[in-house]
Design a protein around this ligand. Sequence first.
Ligand SMILES: Nc1ncnc2c1ncn2[C@@H]1O[C@H](COP(=O)(O)OP(=O)(O)OP(=O)(O)O)[C@@H](O)[C@H]1O
Length: 356
Amino acid sequence: MAATTPSTDWLLEVNNLSCGYGGDSVVRDINLALSQGDIGCLLGPSGCGKSTILRALAGFLPLSQGEIRLQGQAISLPGRSLAPEKRRIGMVFQDYALFPHMTIAENVGFGLKNLSKPERRQKVTELLNLVHLQDLADSYPHQLSGGQQQRVALARALAPEPTLILLDEPFSNLDTDLRRRLSLDVRDILKTLGISAILVTHDQQEAFAMCDQVAVLKDGQVQQWDVPYNLYHEPSNRFVASFVGQGSFIPGTALGPDTIESELGTIHGNRAYNWQPGTLVDILIRPDDIVFDEQSQLRPRVVEKTFAGTSTLYRFRCSEDTEFEALFRSHLDFHVGEQVPVRVDADHLIAFERTA
Ligand SMILES: Nc1ncnc2c1ncn2[C@@H]1O[C@H](COP(=O)(O)OP(=O)(O)OP(=O)(O)O)[C@@H](O)[C@H]1O
C-alpha cells in the first residue's frame, strides 16, 4: 500500500474511524492519538467495541470510514489496508496462545526466523531475562503458571521489535493479585524498551495503573480520551463520571458559575459553568470528597457499611434523593443507623445539568 506523507509526530493516529461487520458500523467516528512510548487503553463495558477497534488496528477489519496512521504512514483506509503481517504490530491475547509443543525459548524465537541461529539465541536470552524467565527457557508452556505464560507471550510479541503492541485483555485469566502485579511489570517492560501499546480492558484499576491515556467507550463511540487523572476529576459527561471511579449524583441548584446549593450545603468548585442561577443540576460526589468533621451541622445517617481493612466505605442518606458514599480510615467506626457529622471537601466540582 502506498505510504503517504507523515502528518504529525504521533506514533499512532486514528482519525474518524468507523468499522464493523457485514456492512454495519459497530464503532463510529473514533479519534485517538498516541505518542511514541505511551501506553493507551480502550476501556468500556462489554460489547462497546474495544476488540473491534483492536482488530482494525491489527489489520483484520476493513474501515468503512476514516484512517489509521502508524508513524505517519496510512496503514488503513476504506478500501485499502496494509496486511497484518506487514504492520509491525505485535499482539498479546487473553489466552496466551503459546505453541504447546515448543519450549519457552522456541516460542519466544518463533518470529525471528530471519536471524542467524546465534543471533536468535542471544535475542531470546535477552527477552527471557527481560521478563524474568531465563531459568525456564527449556520448559514447555504447560509447565508454567498463567502469569509466566503471559510473560512468554509478551516476550514473543516483543521479539520482532514491533512499533506497537496490542494487548487484548491480557490479564483477565489471572487472579486479582497476579493481574495487578503483572500489569505493573508489563508497564515497566514496555517503558524500559520505549514501546507503545494499546491495552483493551474493562478493568478501570488496571487501565489507570498501566496506561498514560485512556479512551472510555460507550456504544461504539469514544466518550473521552484523556489521562487517568482527568477522567476521574474532569469527566466530560455523565457516563464517564459514573463508569470511572465510584460516585453518586445528588441534586442541586446552581447559585453562580462555580457554586451550587444542595442538601450537603453550598459547594464551591474550581471550574466555572455557564449556567443561569436557578438551573437544576446533579452534582457528582466521590467517596473521597466527604470528610468527617465533628463541627459539621450536616449529619447524614449511615445506611450501609463495607469494611475493607485500612478503610471503610460508608453509604449515607440525607433524604430519599440524596444518598452518597464516603471512604474513611477504618478506625473511624460508625454503625448502620448512626448520624455522622461530615462535610464536602471537593476541589473538583463536577456537575451536569439535570435532564429529566
Ligand atoms: N465477528 C462479529 N460479527 C458480527 N458482530 C460482531 C462480531 N464481533 C463482535 N460483534 C459485535 O460488535 C459489537 C462490539 O463487539 P466487541 O467484541 O468489539 O466489544 P468489546 O467491547 O470488545 O466487548 P467485550 O468486552 O465483551 O470483549 C458487539 O455488539 C458484538 O456483538
